[in-house]
Write a protein that binds this ligand. Structure first.
Ligand SMILES: *Cc1c(COP(=O)(O)O)cnc(C)c1O
Length: 463
């Protein structure tokens, strides 16, 4: 009798079960809410073209409307409705250490009481210029500007002035900001003469921009043959990251260096994305090629608006006031931005790059594994170098913009939405990079890969 009683007492009553459930952390909301973002978007659209300050943010290419960000920290974005996202956009590149890394936040806070803009030089500019030159030795001298666009635009003006030539050679699919000279369509196939990629670019100016094929030295040679002694500069992203990540084939960058030397043209590396990301010395360090001129931006400002161009001292001697090539900026060398940049560059340790590589490699491996398990591997191409990667909905291989353009945009769009509704934010456009930061955790990766699995099923469900 006693034993039975005991046993009965020991039997688990139903009440505590409920208690345990209650004590568990609140479950993440399943359904993404957008009411507040939608309200902000309606107001934004009334006063701003497309409701945004930069077109890709509009979500137009994935047939949706944007969320509005409330705050960001580390690897996480929180939107106006309180939805949280693991963020792989990272402001399109600046945040190598995630949002608001302590060192950068502290530097900005410390600089703030000293003023926000002077119209006179300050110590922080000197200190950042010295660091840039040390990390990127080909940049013997540096001019700070406020964006990557300005950097590329100014570098081209300098190249034209120094060589006394007007033509610029760029590659289809490479982006160098929105200055007129660079807004030239990726001429399909053999198009050699520039066609304005945007209304408002004078046809005569567009003609001064020639378009070659990335990874195709023959297309470069052909343009030099067609325009002998007229090309001022070869502008290239040493790793293309604005048509999705496309790596240079072995010998491509070396070939550009040789052609530029032979033709007495300048070689401009646009390292606005790759600078400080692939290595402390950027892609030029990784591939061992010395460009004449380099553009920087994004990471350089630690999340504040900074760009820079620089290069050989004899070339930079042409920039005003040392020389006649005019270029100026009210907010250039801005003390808050310089302080953020210094803190950023001082955080670029070997351990940081090791962590970036580890995290990005793990993400790549995981994404490939999921694709293989679902039987979709042969419909996808994943390109990665260091902490930037792109999943192309395209069997590949992908070496240039024509390859890129064969991708399945509808499948990408479904994948994008599949990720978004599961709390993973990638750029709302098929041909962008995913940016991995040191702030991305193992948990972030797990969540991402879980979302990737479901999103990939959805991407191909109708494809
Ligand atoms: C982002 C980018 C630019 C333009 O920089 P902004 O700061 O947006 O003007 C130029 N070149 C490359 C390679 C870029 O990725």
């Amino acid at each position: 009798m006693a034993a039975r009683k005991l046993r009965r007492k020991a039997a688990p009553p139903p009440a505590p079960k409920k208690k345990v459930k209650k004590a568990a952390p609140p479950r993440r909301r399943r359904v993404r809410r957008t009411a507040e973002s939608d309200r902000l978007y309606a107001r934004a659209k009334a006063k701003m073209p497309g409701g945004v300050s930069s077109p890709v943010r509009s979500f137009k290419s994935v047939g949706a409307t944007p969320f509005f960000v409330k705050k960001a920290k580390g690897s996480v974005l929180v939107d106006a409705d309180g939805n949280r996202y693991v963020d792989y956009v990272m402001s399109y590149g600046p945040h190598l250490f995630g949002h608001m890394p302590k060192a950068v936040a502290t530097a900005i806070r410390k600089a703030l009481p000293h003023g926000t803009s002077y119209g006179a030089p300050c110590r922080a500019e000197v200190e950042l210029a010295e660091r840039v030159s040390r990390l990127v030795p080909s940049m013997e001298k540096v001019r700070f500007v406020s964006s990557g666009t300005e950097a590329a635009m100014s570098a081209v003006r300098l190249a034209r002035a120094v060589t006394g030539r007007d033509l610029v050679l760029k590659f289809a699919g490479c982006y160098h900001g929105h200055a007129d000279s660079f807004l030239v369509a990726a001429g399909s196939g053999v198009a050699t003469l520039g066609i304005p990629g945007s209304p408002g670019v004078p046809a005569d100016l567009a003609k001064a921009t020639l378009t070659a094929t990335y990874n195709d030295l023959a297309s470069v040679e052909a343009l030099f043959k067609q325009y002998p002694g007229q090309i001022a500069v070869i502008a290239v992203e040493p790793v293309a990251a604005n048509m999705g990540v496309v790596l240079p084939k072995p010998g491509f960058l070396e070939g550009l260096r040789k052609i530029a030397d032979r033709e007495k043209a300048l070689l401009l590396f646009d390292e606005v994305i790759t600078g400080f990301r692939l290595a402390r010395g950027g892609a030029q360090e990784v591939f061992g090629i010395q460009p004449d001129l380099t553009c920087l931006g994004k990471i350089l400002g630690g999340g504040l608006p900074v760009g820079a161009y620089g290069g050989r001292a004899d070339l930079m001697a042409h920039v005003a006031p040392d020389g006649p090539v005019y270029q100026a900026g009210t907010l250039s060398g801005n003390p808050l931005a310089m302080a953020a940049g210094i803190a950023m560059l001082d955080s670029l340790t070997p351990a940081a790059y090791a962590k970036l590589e580890r995290t990005a490699a793990r993400l790549e491996k995981g994404m490939r594994k999921v694709a293989t398990e679902l039987g979709f591997a042969d419909r996808l191409t994943l390109n990665r170098i260091g902490s930037i990667l792109t999943l192309f909905f395209n069997p590949g291989p992908i070496a240039d913009f024509d390859d890129v353009k064969k991708s399945d945009g509808a499948a990408f769009s479904r994948w994008f939405h599949g990720l978004l509704k599961r709390g993973v934010f990638i750029a709302p456009a098929a041909f962008e990079a995913m940016f991995v930061s040191t702030a991305h955790t193992e948990k972030d990766l797990e969540r991402t890969l879980k979302a990737h699995r479901e999103a990939l099923k959805e991407a191909f469900a109708q494809g």
